[in-house]
Design a binder for this molecule. Sequence first.
Ligand code: RIB
Length: 306
Amino acid sequence: MSTVGEQDEGRPRHPFDVVVVGSANADLIVRVERHPAPGETVLGSELAVHPGGKGANQAVAAARLGARVALVGRVGADGHGRLLRESLERDSVDLAHLHDTPAASGIAMIAVGPQGDNSIIVAPGANAWLTEADVLDAAPLLRSAPVVSLQLEIPLPAVLAAARLARRAVLNLSPAAPVPDELLALCDPLVVNEHEAAVLLGVPGEPDRQAKSLLALGPRSVVITLGADGAVVAEAGAVHAVPSPRVTAVDTTGAGDAFTGALAWRLAAGEPLADAAAFAARVGAAAVRRPGAQDSYPTMTEVEDL
Ligand code: RIB
């Protein structure tokens, strides 16, 4: 697929299709027979360490599909930081604005159950050091990219600064947290799963109704991801259901980030939201078939073969 955008003698004027502002974490993953209840200890598998973090995951997902991507963020000058950089570099993500920081790299402790379901605890480390000034430093990149892709594993002032600079901001409200109305109004789309939608709205509900209620909070458009059931897209009062291919899930870690990264890229290429979400659902489905986050993300050929 070609990149569509402002063209100059056949070449896009913007250097990047998608600029991601967000987190990078080393994922410490243990498979468990069942998730422990509070106060309980369970034995798990050998520890596996994979590159992750919602921001870096979005960046790798989009880049592996063919997007030109830059990441604005922070990692520690440590072994995990090197692992994260190497993974991003393998997929040619631009790291000019990924700063080394005098703190440990972010870490996510992840338990994966037999159905591929996970629970995650994040120690933000260097991610918590990302400032509004870091984002303003990258302003030329953010202003020129067709899409800026965001999540909430970095401080809110940095997220808000990036959304203000963006031509089009895609925000995955994960981990779920209340955000200012100004940020919601800048989202096009706001991307949430059903749990995150319920946190924002204060009550669970049917996805179609949740999507309309979320739209009433101010974003220009909304996408609710539904895992194996695809997604619901809402914009300008219209709601569309988007299907997902059926696959056997091995590990769902990072599937939402793969969805958002793919969505951001297709929106940057000028696709309508419902079409971009349908493509993103295929990418998310492909990602759950292998363990890990970034390590599980598909190439374009793998998505076409699904
Ligand atoms: O969405 C999955 C990601 O959440 C993991 O890679 C982990 O790092 C946490 O950020």
